[in-house]
Design a binder for this molecule. Structure first.
Ligand code: MTE
Length: 390
């Protein structure tokens, strides 16, 4: 803009009169000018709006935390808003004393607060064969990161007195109509899993499982059972419907891999990304997200030439285990076509695979656990599109 731009030299109406009173919105809302920053459903992806998914607009969020109102939703039979006074959590199975907790019981217990990402195992599912959807909201938007507050699951199991010698798994069950039940490894349960009621400083939103959900850091989203009503301690995997028909990985030889629940290291550039347009050549801050279900992000590299050359990006702190990590990279666009990619390394030394590397092992007909490197093509016009190389 020029120094005589009226927007800087003329007094604007809002500079010359009273603003709105306090409590106009007792629960704050985003600016009306941000109405395009919303969760979206992928057109035609699901047959009903109850057994469906809404995607987080990753292209419009900053830092590592996802605002609660933009947290992606994945429901198998629609979401419910449960009266917390009527909600109960039962712990039974291989325990000394089966127990039933009210929300009041749980909220007076010792609590922890931790930042963690949640990613649906089916995130990036449409991209196995070829590039299928235009924006990062649809390619990677079944991903969010929040601060969760709740009771460590290990504490509840101790209270119930579980049989450490026989117990190998837990069954977690939700109270919605989807009969959502998942087998959880006892190691995960005793390590950092929690029964959470808080998210980003407030009670969980109904869409996220109010008043209680399981948080299993690093595990695929389906294990984070919402509206959690029961945990059964068991000695063998339960092989429930959502562990046999769905959430299995179809391998190239036709075999199905089961119980691949950990989300491997993955990263994506969120800006510039598909559907956006660069204005003119010059400086751009390339920004994105990286995460690993096995620990912390140790390095993110960015390529602007489709993976031929890599340069290290800046990691913005805090870099926390099993949480999203924001990275930034200085780029001067020369106006020519470019292929933008990011590649993460995690604390186990694992490096995110390229698409051809992942396809060589997993084939192209799978749904779950696609953690391949994403490519955005910047065209000389400045338009950015989703492409696959090789
Ligand atoms: N828990 C119940 N009870 N019912 C569900 O439909 N969906 C699961 C999981 N927990 C689901 C559930 C799936 S597949 C995912 S990816 C996450 O919740 C999504 O959590 P979110 O909606 O808070 O993003």
């Amino acid at each position: 803009a020029r120094p005589d731009d009226p927007a800087i030299v003329e007094p604007a109406p809002w500079s010359t009169r009273l603003g709105n009173p306090v409590l106009t919105n007792p629960y704050g809302q985003p600016s009306r000018f941000e109405s395009a920053t919303i969760r979206r459903q992928s057109p035609g992806l699901t047959q009903t709006d109850e057994a469906s998914v809404s995607f987080t607009p990753l292209q419009s969020t900053f830092g590592m935390i996802t605002p609660s109102g933009l947290h992606f939703e994945r429901h198998h039979q629609g979401w419910v808003d449960i009266d917390p006074r009527q909600h109960r959590l039962m712990i039974n199975g291989l325990v000394d004393t089966p127990m039933v907790f009210t929300m009041e019981d749980l909220m007076r217990m010792p609590s922890v607060s931790r930042m963690h990402f949640i990613e649906c195992g089916a995130n990036t599912a449409l991209e196995w064969g070829n590039s299928a959807v235009p924006t990062v909201q649809y390619t990677h938007g079944m991903l969010s990161c929040s601060e969760f507050t709740g009771v460590p699951l290990s504490l509840l199991l101790e209270r119930a007195g579980f049989d450490l010698k026989r117990a190998t798994v837990l069954l977690a069950e939700g109270a919605d109509g989807s009969s959502m039940t998942r087998t959880i490894n006892i190691e995960n349960a005793l390590d950092d899993a929690m029964v959470a009621y808080g998210m980003n400083g407030e009670m969980l939103r109904p869409e996220q499982g109010y008043p209680l959900r399981l948080v299993v850091p690093g595990a695929q989203g389906v294990s984070w059972v919402k509206w959690l009503r029961r945990i059964e301690v068991g000695d063998a995997p339960y092989a429930t419907k959502d562990e046999t028909i769905h959430y299995v990985d179809l391998m190239p030889d036709g075999q199905l891999r089961q119980y691949t629940s950990i989300q491997e290291a993955k990263s994506v550039i969120t800006s510039p990304s598909g559907g956006q347009r660069l204005m003119n050549q010059g400086y751009y801050n390339v920004s994105g997200l990286a995460w690993s279900g096995r620990g912390t992000v140790t390095k993110v590299e960015v390529s602007t030439d489709g993976g031929r050359h890599w340069q290290t990006a800046r990691l913005e702190g805090p870099v926390l285990p099993k949480a999203l990590t924001r990275f930034n990279f200085d780029w001067t666009w020369n106006g020519e076509a470019a292929l933008l990619q990011s590649r993460v390394t995690d604390s186990t030394g694992y490096i995110q695979p390229s698409k051809p590397e992942l396809k060589a092992v997993r084939g192209t007909r799978s749904i779950y656990h696609n953690n391949a490197i994403q490519t955005w093509r910047v065209m000389p016009s400045g338009e950015v599109e989703n492409v696959q190389l090789g």
